[in-house]
Structure formats: C-alpha cells, structure tokens
Design a protein around this ligand. Structure first.
Ligand code: ZN
Length: 131
C-alpha cells in the first residue's frame, strides 16, 4: 500500500490526484486493479471530468445547495455534519482497472480527492492488486 498526501487550502474543493496515482503504477504491472481509499470521514474520492473546471464548481455548488453546512436539525457536536453527509454520499473508495502499466481511465476522467471540511492534511491510500 502506498500513500498520497494532499494539503487542502479551502473549506471545500476537488483536488486532482490523477497524476499522483498514475506515478504509483509500475510499468511492469500487466493486468490488475488499483484501489484508492480515502482515510477520512469528511472527505471523499470520486472520478469525474478533468477537462472543464466548471464541472468541479457545478458539483460542489450543487452539493452545497443540497446539503447546506449549517442546518438547525444537525445533532453532531463538532458542527460539520454536512461534510460527513457529503463524504458518505460521494464515497471513500474507487477501483480502477490497470492494463500494461496504465490506469484504464476514460478519456475525460480524472481522480479527485473531495474536501468537504478543510483546510486539512489528507491521506489517500493506493493499493495495487495484480490479476
Ligand atoms: Zn465531525
């Protein structure tokens, strides 16, 4: 297992970690899977478009509209329930096929660490499984 570290700089954001993940795939890996796991309860990992940055903005704006950070009915004392909800909604792991040393991502796909309660230091683990 390998680790990717990300220092986020704002309350929320989508940080492209595609290059960092690709750098961990050995060229000798012919066929297998790459498991990406976010080790946090107020962050997440997802795959989405990496061409138009407005997609990230639209995703974050709509998540914030659906789950406002302050809601009177939240019970969690830390005050960041919205971030916990978004983390579960987006998810904590990804599985990506690996072929001939490359991640088999689609043309427009990028891998993102999603921050929902930053700024913080975040860690994502990367596990490679040969098949
Ligand atoms: Zn909390």
């Amino acid at each position: 297992m390998k680790e990717i570290k990300v220092r986020t700089s704002s309350k929320d954001g989508m940080h492209d970690i595609t290059a960092k993940v690709k750098a961990l795939i050995p060229s000798s890996m012919k066929s297998g899977i790459c498991v990406i796991f976010c080790e946090h309860t107020t962050a997440a990992v997802t795959i989405n478009e990496n061409a138009d940055p407005d997609v990230k903005t639209d995703i974050l704006n709509n998540l914030n509209r659906l789950i406002p950070f302050v809601q009177p009915e939240f019970l969690h004392r830390e005050g960041n329930s919205a971030a916990h909800l978004k983390s579960s909604l987006i998810g904590c792991s990804l599985t990506i096929p690996v072929q001939n040393g490359y991640l088999a991502l689609g043309c427009w796909q990028g891998i993102y660490l999603c921050e929902f309660d930053g700024p913080r230091d975040r860690q994502v683990s990367v596990t490679l499984v040969n098949s």
